[in-house]
Write a new protein. Structure first.
Length: 344
C-alpha cells in the first residue's frame, strides 16, 4: 500500500485543515431479550359421571382409535386444546421456545454473512492488477498459491489507490486481503495503515503490533504512537517516541515521530515542552520534501496555540514558501493570523 499517511497533527490535507479527533464507532448490542410466555397448567379434567352408563358401555374417552370416526377428535384432545389456549395447534414455530431457537440460529447466520462480506471485500476495479504494488511487497506474497496471491495483491493495490480519498473502503479492501492471508506481515501492515487513515485507531494499533511481531520492523512506531494519542494515552505515545530505534530512523520517519511527540506534549498541556521538541528538529532544512513542510506547519501551529502570534505568522509563511504541492493550509492560516495581529 502506498505510504501516504496523514498525522492527526502537523500538515493536514487542505480538505481537513485542522485534523480530526478519533471517531468512536458505536458498538451494536449483541444481546437479545428472550420472551418467555407464562402459560397456565391446569390439572387434567376427568368426567366421572357414571349414573347414566350401562354395563359394558364405554365413554367417549374410552373409545379406541379404531372406534373413532374419521376426523373426530378425542374428548381429551379437545380439553387439552382448551387448556392450552388459543395458540394451541399452531405448530411449534409459534411457541416461545421456538422463538428462542430461531434467535440462536439467526446469530451464527448473521455472523457468517458478515464474515462472507468481509472475505469478499469491495468490488475491485478491473484495471487493478496487483502489479501496482512495489516488488518488495509482491515478494512477500510469493509464498501463497498463485491465484490467492493475485487476489490479495489486487485488494492491497486497490486500497493503496483510494486510501486518501476513501479510507473506509480502502480499509475494507485490506480486511479482505487479511481474511485470505492473515499471516503475511505486509498485509497486516496495510490493514493497520488503512484503519489509521479511516480513524479506527484501536484496530490500527492492534494490526501494527501484529505486523511488528511478525517482522520486527519499527517503522510503524510513529503511527502506533499517534494511535495511543487518539485513544487518550499520550504517556504511552511518549514512551514509544523515546524508543532507541527512533534514533536510527530516516529523516522522514524521525520527523513524523517528532510531530507525534510534540502533539502528545500538547495533549498533556505542556506547550513549552512541545515547542522545545520541535525546535531541536531540522526546521530550517533547505529541502522542500513533505516532512519538512509538516515539521514547519506543526511548529507554526504550536506557536499559535501558545499565544505567540507573530512567531506563528512567520512560520506559517515559511511553511507556505516550500509547500509547492499545497499539502497544508498554511497560506490561509497566515492570512487569518495577519488580520488578528493587525487588530491586536
Amino acid at each position: 500500500m502506498a505510504d501516504q499517511r496523514g498525522r492527526r497533527d502537523g500538515a493536514p490535507k487542505k480538505a481537513d485543515p485542522r485534523g480530526g479527533g478519533p471517531r468512536k464507532a458505536g458498538a451494536p448490542s449483541r444481546g437479545a431479550g428472550s420472551e418467555r410466555g407464562a402459560q397456565g397448567r391446569g390439572k387434567p379434567g376427568q368426567d366421572r359421571r357414571t349414573s347414566d352408563r350401562k354395563p359394558g358401555d364405554r365413554s367417549p374417552a374410552d373409545r379406541t382409535e379404531r372406534d373413532r370416526k374419521p376426523g373426530e377428535r378425542r374428548q381429551d384432545d379437545r380439553r387439552q386444546g382448551e387448556r392450552r389456549g388459543p395458540s394451541a395447534g399452531r405448530g411449534p414455530e409459534r411457541g416461545a421456545g421456538a422463538r428462542r431457537t430461531d434467535s440462536r440460529d439467526a446469530a451464527p447466520k448473521r455472523e457468517r454473512a458478515v464474515d462472507q462480506e468481509t472475505y469478499d471485500g469491495p468490488v475491485i476495479p478491473d484495471d487493478v492488477t496487483g502489479a501496482e504494488l512495489s516488488p518488495s511487497v509482491r515478494a512477500h506474497l510469493k509464498g501463497l498459491p498463485e491465484k490467492l496471491a493475485a487476489r490479495v495483491a489486487r485488494h492491497l493495490a486497490a486500497a493503496g489507490r483510494i486510501v486518501d480519498e476513501d479510507p473506509e473502503t480502502a480499509y475494507k479492501h485490506t480486511l479482505a486481503a487479511k481474511a485470505r492471508a492473515p499471516r503475511i506481515a505486509v498485509v497486516r501492515e496495510a490493514v493497520g495503515e488503512s484503519a489509521y487513515a479511516a480513524g479506527h485507531y484501536a484496530e490500527a494499533l492492534s494490526e501494527l503490533r501484529a505486523a511488528k511481531r511478525m517482522n520486527g520492523a519499527t517503522s510503524y512506531l510513529p503511527i502506533m504512537a499517534d494511535c495511543h494519542r487518539a485513544l487518550g494515552n499520550p504517556t504511552r505515545a511518549l514512551e514509544l517516541a523515546k524508543s532507541p530505534s527512533v534514533a536510527r530512523f530516516a529523516p522522514e520517519a524521525k520527523a513524523e515521530m517528532t510531530i507525534v511527540e510534540a502533539g502528545a506534549r500538547r495533549d498533556m498541556g505542556q506547550l513549552d515542552a512541545a515547542l522545545r521538541t520541535l525546535e531541536v528538529a531540522p526546521l530550517n532544512n533547505k529541502s522542500r520534501e513533505s516532512w519538512v513542510v509538516r515539521l514547519r506547519y506543526a511548529y507554526a501551529d504550536t506557536l499559535e496555540q501558545a499565544g505567540r502570534l507573530n512567531d506563528a505568522l512567520t512560520w506559517f509563511h515559511k511553511t507556505n514558501a516550500i509547500d509547492a504541492e499545497e499539502l497544508t493550509d498554511a497560506a490561509e492560516r497566515a492570512e487569518d493570523l495577519e488580520k488578528r495581529v493587525e487588530r491586536d
